[in-house]
Design a protein around this ligand. Structure first.
Ligand code: 1HN
Length: 345
């Protein structure tokens, strides 16, 4: 009943005449681009266990010097999009990046927005817009569009972090490019110190900051403390979650993707509202299941998985005695800005 005319229903010479003029009949394609009721996503719920990634990433360190790779990354690719597309969802790119002691990933800037979530190791740093950001486990470091950034490592052991970029979207827009640069001048400034306490904003009397992104490093110690405090203060609250925000505007930290830290109380099983944006889950501490409709993944520490939009997601904490802490990335700011954001029961 819903069936519209098919391309094969048309005379071959008519189709050939259309093709010769770069014309396409809409009706055979209409259902494909606008399915009934909800989208038919390519994004598949996918789990990337850290235990599988780590040895292959360490091997990449042996196989390819940083000078040759520039960024030594294994991309967490969603098979639903085709691995060569290097995307986790329509708008999200995920990669695990390895930096070995003494290595340096040279400065560049690019149009896609990036963040780093530090997974393992100590002694690395990321300089963003002249701010040298320490990289400690669980820290979130922003690399917003257009800002210079480079990574270095003065420690003794491998450092690994998760990169999250809006690259698939920016690439699709034909707006993705980079510029290489030399070592960037270091500034004394540190946004995370100026904005160290929620609700207290620096109020410079003489020179107001004109920075679009005033805070670049969000230490895990602070995010974790905020979650613990929220859980204690709001014992009835279901979702103990904080949003990584621009402290000056209160908006999402970056323009296209949203970033959050979630605490699952011991024994808690949290069902999220069904919403239009796709989501990524990464375990910072503890272990959790991620149930995406009929699929069920068990995420150990440092594991990552993604869920398409418009799906119901349930997150049971595996432990009855320990809290679990998750980093979440999603496409909420993008959907909201485009006016296509939806919540469903
Ligand atoms: C990039 O610049 C970095 O700076 C990491 O560390 C991953 C993936 C695609 C495009 C640019 C980085 C990236 C990237």
């Amino acid at each position: 009943m819903n069936e519209l005319g098919r391309l094969e229903d048309l005379p071959a010479d008519y189709v050939a005449a259309l093709t010769a003029q770069n014309l396409v009949p809409l009706w055979p394609n209409l259902r494909g681009v606008m399915p009934a009721g909800k989208p038919a996503p390519n994004t598949r719920a996918t789990h990337w266990p850290y235990a599988a990634i780590r040895p292959l990433l360490i091997q990449a360190g042996e196989l390819t010097p940083i000078e040759k790779a520039e960024r030594r990354v294994l991309v967490l690719a969603n098979p639903g999009h085709g691995l060569n597309k290097m995307q986790a969802s329509a708008a999200m790119y995920l990669g695990m990046q390895l930096l070995l002691p003494g290595e340096w990933a040279p400065a560049h800037r690019h149009t896609p927005n990036a963040v780093r979530m530090v997974v393992e190791g100590e002694g690395a740093w990321s300089t963003v817009d002249g701010e040298k950001c320490k990289m400690l486990r669980g820290d979130l470091i922003l690399t917003p569009t257009g800002l210079w950034h480079e990574h270095g490592h003065d420690g003794k052991d491998p450092v690994i972090w998760l990169d999250v970029l809006d690259l698939p979207l920016v690439y699709y827009m034909e707006a993705s490019y980079h510029v290489n640069g030399g070592r960037q001048p270091m500034k004394a400034d540190h946004g995370e110190l100026s904005y160290a306490r929620g609700g207290l904003l620096p109020s410079p009397v003489f020179q107001p900051s004109s920075k679009a992104y005033p805070m670049l490093r969000y230490p895990w110690a602070d995010a974790r403390a905020a979650l613990e405090s929220l859980a204690k203060n709001q014992p009835e609250q279901q979702a103990v979650q904080v949003t990584y925000a621009n402290p000056q505007t209160g908006a999402h930290a970056e323009n296209i993707l949203g970033f959050y830290a979630l605490m699952l109380r011991p024994g808690q099983k949290l069902t999220l509202p069904t919403r239009s944006p796709a989501m990524v889950f990464h375990v910072i501490e503890g272990a959790a299941k991620v149930q995406v409709e009929e699929q069920n993944f068990l995420l150990a520490e440092a594991d990552t998985c993604c869920a398409p939009g418009y799906t119901s997601v349930t997150l049971p904490n595996v432990s009855a005695s320990q809290a679990a802490f998750l980093f979440i990335a999603d496409e909420t700011p993008l959907h909201q800005k485009l006016g296509v954001y939806e919540t469903r029961d």
